[in-house]
Ligand binder design. Structure first.
Ligand SMILES: [Zn+2]
Length: 338
């Protein structure tokens, strides 16, 4: 899997599997972008493999090959369609029909439900019956960024595993080892240069994603860290009068949603830098000129900026016009600097 912060969890799961003590319902929770789905797929692969060695599926047997090509008769992954999509009761019923069959290949049937909190109520009720009376060779692996949104009846019937946000040092080391993707030749995103994997960029990518390594990797791959730093520099340029709000607003209108998220992250990190010091974000990020300058500003303003950024981030998903939201944000910011 090559996600080193998951090694202790993998070891524990492997030990439970070997001892045949793994419960039939498992709920993997934790922050988005920490590798929960990959952990669930690893576990499913390991359970289905006909000749596993230690923590690893063999990758060679018929079961592994079918799982790799997503055609395994005893394995399903269910996920909602789109960000706000629901998992509906029909999908769960279909699943239960599958679980009532005899395994086709090995001795286990495994179902992974990603974003399980997006099951609607009847889907959850329907799943509950299966969790209450699991048959011996069926395993259900639920994955959720927000396990607390799942009905308590579901949670209580699963063994809960929480994946923590990894230590920033471990995450940055892993990011340094992940290679930037080759530029695609299909013309898509050709203008986007992945961000260089400098220590500063790696740590800033973690700052911008709340320490979630897979999200940070995505940000670096899409060449967005430099852009987020640019937003911070624009903010500081407003502060010193080198730029006018109108030009900053028009530059960021198309990226307002992500921009508000970055503004929230930048202000939160400036507050941490001011109050706790560099230890929480890494030395290279703490030396980042723009972040250091932001942290020199008044802490009440930073707190206000953080709160208002979160509010605007939420509003950016409504039909509200992005340029108006940005104008409000920057005029609020400018008012406090007067
Ligand atoms: Zn295998």
């Amino acid at each position: 899997m090559n996600l080193p912060w998951l090694d202790p969890v993998v070891e524990r799961l492997e030990a439970s599997l070997s001892a045949q003590r793994l419960p039939h319902g498992l709920l993997i929770g934790g922050t988005r972008g920490t590798g929960k789905n990959r952990l669930a797929r690893w576990l499913a692969g390991r359970m289905l493999c006909l000749a596993p060695s230690g923590a690893n599926a063999c990758g060679q047997c018929r079961s592994c090959q079918l799982a790799d090509s997503n055609t395994h008769p005893d394995f399903r992954i269910i996920a909602p369609e789109g960000p706000g999509g629901q998992i509906k009761v029909d999908e769960i019923r279909e699943l239960i029909d599958l679980l009532n069959l005899t395994p086709g290949i090995g001795s286990s049937r495994v179902v992974v439900i990603e974003k399980a909190e997006q099951m609607n109520r009847s889907a959850a009720n329907s799943l509950l019956k299966t969790l209450e009376e699991p048959s011996g060779d069926v395993w259900l692996i639920l994955v959720s960024d927000r396990p607390d949104w799942l009905p308590a009846t579901i949670r209580s019937r699963c063994m809960q595993l929480t994946i923590p946000v990894p230590d920033p040092g471990i995450a940055a080391e892993w990011l340094a080892q992940t290679r930037a993707p080759e530029p695609s030749d299909d013309g898509q995103d050709a203008s986007v240069e992945p961000d260089a994997r400098s220590p500063e960029n790696l740590e800033l990518a973690l700052v911008l994603t709340g320490g979630a390594p897979l999200l940070a990797a995505g940000l670096l791959d899409r060449g967005r860290v430099g852009r987020a730093v640019r937003l911070l520099e624009d903010l500081l340029a407003l502060e010193t009068g080198q730029k006018h709000a109108a030009s900053v607003v028009s530059e960021w209108t198309d990226e307002a949603g992500e921009g508000f998220e970055w503004l929230a992250r930048w202000s939160a990190q400036a507050i941490r830098l001011k109050t706790i010091g560099e230890s929480t974000i890494g030395e290279a990020a703490a030396r980042s000129t723009a972040l250091v300058r932001l942290a020199e500003l008044d802490i009440d303003r930073l707190h206000a900026a953080y709160r208002f950024s979160l509010e605007c981030r939420r509003l950016a998903d409504t039909p509200m016009r992005a340029d108006l939201l940005l104008t409000r944000w920057f005029s609020q910011w400018a008012k406090r600097s007067a």
